[in-house]
Each structure stands twice: as C-alpha cells, then as structure tokens.
Design a protein. Structure first.
Length: 206
C-alpha cells in the first residue's frame, strides 16, 4: 500500500541517533539550532489542550517530566484498537507503581468520543485512570497532533460518512517531550520491547 510505504520511509528519515552508547535509546527527530542563542535542541512533541475522560481540561504541561506512551485510537474501532488497548494493559501493569510513566491515548473520533464515552471505555477495560489518560477535543485537531507525533491517522470519509484510518503505532516520549521510539502496537513482542525501553529511560533519568 503506497501510504504505508511512504509512512515507513518518513519514519526512517526522521531517525537521528543522539546517543552512541548501546544502553541508551536514540533520540528521534530533527536537531535544530536557535540562530539567536546558538542553543541546539531536539524535536519535541506538540503542545495541546484537550479534555480527558473526566471532562477535565488537560494540556501537555500535565505530563511535564513524565515518560509517555502515546497512541491514537477511537472507542468504536472494531479492528485494531481493542488489540492495542489490550497490549497497553501490559504496559499499565508493568509500571503500575512507577509514577513517572504515563499512558496517553488520543481519540481520533471527536464527533462520537465524548469524555463520557472515554470514561465508559476505560471502565470496560478496567483501566487505572491515574496512570492512563484518554483525550478528546471538539474538532479534528487531533489529526494534526498525530502528524506531529509522526504517525498515521486521518478521516478518509466524505460528508457525514466516517472512514477513520490509522496505524497501530505506540510512541515512546521522554520527560523532555522527545520521541525515543516507535513500536507496533499490534505485536506482543514489540510491546515487550517497549516495556524494556521504558525501563531504560527510567534508569537514564536516575
């Protein structure tokens, strides 16, 4: 599929290895330099302002200094989303006592995924709401956010007909909002690799 190939090429071109030691994860994304200060910094994930499953306003600042596992989904997704959520439950269990780790799931179906719907979804999966935040908005801005995370999510529908398309990627973000890894959320093996990499990040900041 052309979109799939293009997307994978994009991911490969974004990779920039900022660490040379094998015990550290690479930093993915562009390294840019401020022309005024001369200070260099890596690409950061986007700022946002959305509502969570309790209808509370949440911004990127609420996850300051936290390691985040990010995915894009929607509650009525009949195919890959249930499997992705089940795999994220493995992450939730592995870090249930690690306050520095958070799971963030962005809904890409703003028309139907109200905060109440997200809360019901979290209850259906017996999710720890202190660990795992579900986010929704009142427009399609989340599709733009997905681009900033360099993952695939868009609505290919026409008019009132919905046809949401997205991949099953998990994104690992460090406490400085830098992308540190991409993982196949449909794979148990890759989810376990994600868990190992989160542990590496925890040790990195100790």
């Amino acid at each position: 599929m052309k979109i799939e190939v293009t997307f994978r090429v994009l991911l490969l071109t974004l990779i920039f290895t900022g660490c040379t030691k094998t015990d550290k994860l690479p930093i993915l994304g562009e390294l840019s330099t401020d022309p005024l200060t001369g200070k260099s910094s890596y690409y950061q994930t986007p700022e946002f302002q959305l509502k969570n499953q309790f209808n509370q306003e949440v911004t990127h600042l609420d996850f300051e200094n936290k390691i985040q596992v990010v995915d894009f989904f929607f509650t009525s997704c009949p195919t890959i989303c249930p499997k992705m959520t089940t795999h994220l439950k493995l992450v939730e269990k592995a870090f249930e006592k690690a306050d520095e780790v958070a799971i963030v799931s962005y809904s890409i179906d703003f028309k139907n995924d109200s905060p109440a719907k997200l809360k019901q979804y979290s209850e259906n999966y017996k999710i720890d709401n202190n660990k795992w935040t579900f986010l929704t908005g009142d427009n399609d801005a989340v599709f733009e956010l997905s681009k900033d995370y360099k993952v695939l999510a868009f609505d290919d529908g026409t008019g009132s007909q919905k046809n949401i398309i997205h991949d099953g990627t998990f994104v690992l973000v460090d406490g400085k909002r830098r992308i540190r890894g991409y993982y196949d959320g449909l794979s148990v093996k890759d989810t376990k690799r994600l868990i190992l990499d989160i542990n590496k990040l925890i040790k990195e900041v100790e």
